[in-house]
Design a protein around this ligand. Sequence first.
Ligand code: PAF
Length: 282
Amino acid sequence: MQIINTKQELVKQMAACVRQGKTIGFVPTMGALHAGHASLVKQACAENEVCVVSVFVNPTQFNNKEDLLKYPRNLTKDAELLADLGVHFVFAPTPEEMYSPDEMEQEFSFDFAGLDQVMEGKMRPGHFNGVAQIVSKLFYAIEPTRSYFGEKDFQQVAIIRDMVKQLNIPVEIIACPIIREESGLARSSRNELLSAEERKKAALISQVLSKSVNFAKEMSVEEVKNWVNDQFKSDDTFKMDYYDIVDGNSLQSVSSWDESDYIVGCIAIYCGKIRLIDNIHY
Ligand code: PAF
């Protein structure tokens, strides 16, 4: 496995793979790798001749400086895991390598026609512009055949699909199922920041979501939303950011179950100081 730190070297290595007609599977990450990432990487390795993983905590997608500083980083441990999984190249640049000083300052602007105005986009202004900015840069440098994203970040997958369509980038976007801890808690690098007690309690999130699916037949969308909200009210550890039930393509809220045949419930909730997200298909 080769660890690359510069764009120039990355482009050189990837162009050599393309010249040899090799398929390239790419998994973009911000490091602090866990079983969720490992499952994306395994799939990328299995389905492509070359597997590339980027490890880069992207500053332009953090609208909260404290969150950026707190984000867990451990390249040595990540690289060990990736080598064991059979990855060929790890791209781990510095922010200066990826961005010119004015790119870091200026607000970058894609038009996602409303996809970025709801849920995560509404709560974290500029976040998806930053995600699209870095992922498009990585796609241009790597020219992957396929790129793999976790469905935990449901809205992110929709944004990336829209971005590649807008920019006409010939890459297949593959959404992979959520990987969960034994308790049901969706795997996330942020879980490491929970105290042992919070981590135990956070299992309630997936429990409530899966239970709510049973109510979908007998309750209205509004009633299910209220029921989900109510389940977290008796414990001060939790503070709901949003629970929305949306059309899985447009990401706009639905008001009845027959409005779409692809309905997804998306939650963002604080467990202590840590903001967690999860989703469920109805
Ligand atoms: O999902 C993530 O970890 C990040 O948003 C991504 C796709 C690596 C872009 O920085």
